[in-house]
Write a protein that binds this ligand. Structure first.
Ligand code: ADP
Length: 630
């Protein structure tokens, strides 16, 4: 693996571009979670300013101890400092709790941003491997090292806190710059020479600069090598996640996949291991840079101590002020270092923000009309495919070729054919996940592109082959919402053949669909999940119901039960329905037989069987032979 600073340089952005993209991201964060930003800033300011109160009181108490030693004055100082400390920690606790509560919203708000984008994005674009790769990279960078929005929040803290820290510190050190060594101090008067003050200010500004510059150089190594970093993290953490996954347990045992995973985990030369790239860097360049950065900070502190102590020695101020000035000066220097380091963090993070916006800015190219689909009370819809052909983006072969057909509401349509013959693609085009490459699809005589996209989608309820249920309650899964009509949920589950199982459930429709989530939760089988997915489609009450292999996971008895009640299940809706099992299609009004992207036969079962040399008869006989007595 070749990793170097050079390799990542192509993603490196100029200072101006980094600032612009960071500002854009900041504006977005202010919009999606204003409460987080406000509470965070309040918390930062409070934490930046309050330490100086303690420093000031300490200086006063030490000064009193070393000077007047009045017990009354000391008592007052101690009581006042305790009271202040109590108020500071009380208010700090309240603000901290508020900021903490708000910060919990960040993850959800960010996820919501991406989920909304996914839902609005043209499906064709979402389905592209480049899009998925970009999304994966953004997620991996975020999860592995907080690159992107989380780092921006961290930077923001490092940007604001030092400003207030420096301001507060200056208030406490003004008297240091104005205090003078008394005339009788002999040659120590030289300490009042403005050269020393200028020197101190130069050191105060210069040292943190050098120290942060060195620290930023080392941080840059992690930023530019993030891709390799993420890849290695994925390999490594796969074991951590999948090692506990019940679904992978069988393969893990039979093939001992753990050994392969351990190879990555124990490889001493892998990226994070003791002889890996980062360990070598830590021993070499990064280690040296960090060492140099820390050394510079220590030299600065040494010089400050020396100068302040010498001035006190010469009599410019008392021993109490030594604590005050050293505390304040080191706070100022540390804060300036943090402030300067932020710029490096911002530059390191900018390419990741760029990737994030590349995703969020992806345009939609699909034409979206504004016609309403008028959810007609009579549900009278007619769909027509007019010479439709379709090729997946980047594919050479036609997935569908010259498809022409019409169907009216209430018809039950079966789509059969071998694997890869275009059945699922037909459904995807019908629900406008993709637009035809050639030809058009019409709803009540109008090209479906002219309808409002959301309204058009609303007339379909689909059970995809790879449908997903969620670890919420049964009722929430069926209604796809937190609010639901309990009677309707039960009725749909009953129709989908889930009635008996529902009766066994102690919590009824409030049962959680996983044991992991709740003690009374249940883990369901593939067949049961499919019935719930059918119930969800029924609950939607859409005029079209599309079922892609709806009974693939059901056992033959459950399948027979679904078919026997199919008409009552779908009622007066139009049902388009893909199945490999031809026996299940007999009850449909019309059967479409797909082969290599074309409709090669259509009609009712009996008619199709008469065409002895047809694809349908061949498929039927191939399946029937396993069931015949012979
Ligand atoms: P079926 O549902 O009949 O099994 P599909 O509609 O899934 O068939 O596939 C039809 C053809 O389109 C096949 O050749 C398949 O390889 C191809 N295809 C399906 N999905 C994609 C995709 N996302 N990208 C490229 N080609 C695809």
């Amino acid at each position: 693996m070749v990793i170097s600073m050079k390799k990542g340089k192509n993603t490196w952005m100029s200072g101006k571009d980094s600032a612009a993209i960071t500002l854009r991201a900041f504006r977005l964060l202010c919009r999606i979670y204003p409460g987080v930003i406000i509470s965070m800033i309040a918390n930062i300011i409070w934490n930046a300013l309050t330490p100086y109160v303690g420093i000031w009181f300490s200086a006063q108490i030490i000064g009193e101890l070393a000077g007047g030693r009045s017990s009354e004055a000391l008592k007052k100082l101690v009581l006042a400092s305790l009271a202040c400390a109590a108020v500071i920690s009380l208010v700090g606790g309240i603000i901290g709790r508020w900021a903490n509560a708000e910060s919990r919203k960040t993850w959800f708000a960010e996820q919501y941003l991406f989920v909304s984008k996914n839902l609005d994005m043209d499906f064709v674009r979402l389905d592209r491997s480049e899009t998925q790769k970009l999304l994966h990279t953004i997620e991996a960078s975020r999860n592995n090292s907080g690159w992107g929005f989380p780092r921006l929040l961290w930077s923001l803290q490092d940007l604001i806190a030092p400003v207030f820290s420096v301001l507060g510190g200056f208030v406490l050190v003004i008297s240091f710059f104005t205090s003078r060594v008394p005339d009788g101090a002999g040659r120590w008067i030289i300490l009042d020479n403005p050269v020393f003050l200028v020197l101190l200010i130069v050191i105060m500004l210069g040292m943190p600069c050098v120290s942060s510059l060195l620290a930023n150089q080392s941080g840059k190594y992690y930023a530019v090598n993030n891709a390799e970093h993420s890849l290695e993290n994925n390999r490594f953490s796969w074991f951590g996640h999948k090692g506990h996954d019940r679904k992978a347990a069988g393969d893990m045992r039979i093939y001992r996949i753990d050994k392969m995973c351990m190879k990555y985990g124990l490889d001493r030369k892998s990226l994070f291991s003791s002889q890996g790239y980062f360990a070598n860097l830590a021993r070499g360049k990064i280690g040296l840079l960090n060492l140099a950065s820390n050394t510079v900070s220590y030299i600065f502190m040494l010089l400050v101590y020396l100068f302040v102590c010498l001035k006190a020695w010469a009599g410019a101020f008392g021993i109490g002020e030594i604590t005050q000035y050293i505390g304040a000066l080191s706070n100022i220097a540390g804060s300036m270092g943090r402030f300067l380091k932020v710029w490096g963090d911002i530059r390191n993070n900018a390419p990741f923000l760029k990737q994030t916006f590349e995703y969020l800015d992806m345009p939609n190219d699909m034409y979206q009309g504004s016609l309403t689909t008028e959810k007609r009370a009579d549900g009278d819809y007619e769909v027509e495919f007019r010479n439709v052909s379709f090729r997946y983006p980047g594919a050479d072969n036609w997935a569908l070729r010259n498809i022409s057909l019409k169907f009216r509401v209430g018809e039950h349509l079966a789509v059969v054919g071998c694997n890869g013959s275009g059945k699922t693609t037909f459904i995807k085009l019908l629900c406008r996940l993709y637009d035809p490459t050639e030809g058009e699809i019409l709803l009540n005589g109008i090209d479906i592109r002219k309808y409002n996209y959301r309204q058009y989608m609303a007339i379909f309820a689909v059970v995809f082959q790879d449908f997903k249920l969620f670890p919420y309650t049964l009722a929430e899964n069926v209604a796809a919402s937190g609010q639901f009509d309990s009677e309707k949920v039960r009725d749909c589950l009953q129709k989908a053949g889930f009635g008996e199982r529902l009766e066994e459930m102690k919590d009824g429709i409030s049962t959680y669909l996983t044991k992991k989530r709740n003690d009374n939760g249940v883990d369901i089988s593939g067949g049961e999940a499919q019935k719930i997915a059918i119930a969800r489609a029924l609950y939607k009450d859409a005029p079209f119901i599309l079922l892609d292999e709806p009974t693939a996971a059901l056992d033959p008895l459950a399948e027979a039960e679904v078919y026997a009640r199919f008409h009552s299940i779908v009622g007066g809706r139009t049902a388009v329905y893909i199945s490999h099992r031809l026996s299940s299609c007999r009850f449909c009004d019309k059967i479409l037989v797909f082969s290599e992207g074309r409709i090669v036969q259509q009609g009712a079962h009996e008619g199709l069987m008469l065409e002895e040399k047809g694809v349908y008869a061949a498929l039927w006989n191939a399946q029937a032979q396993y069931y015949s007595e012979k």
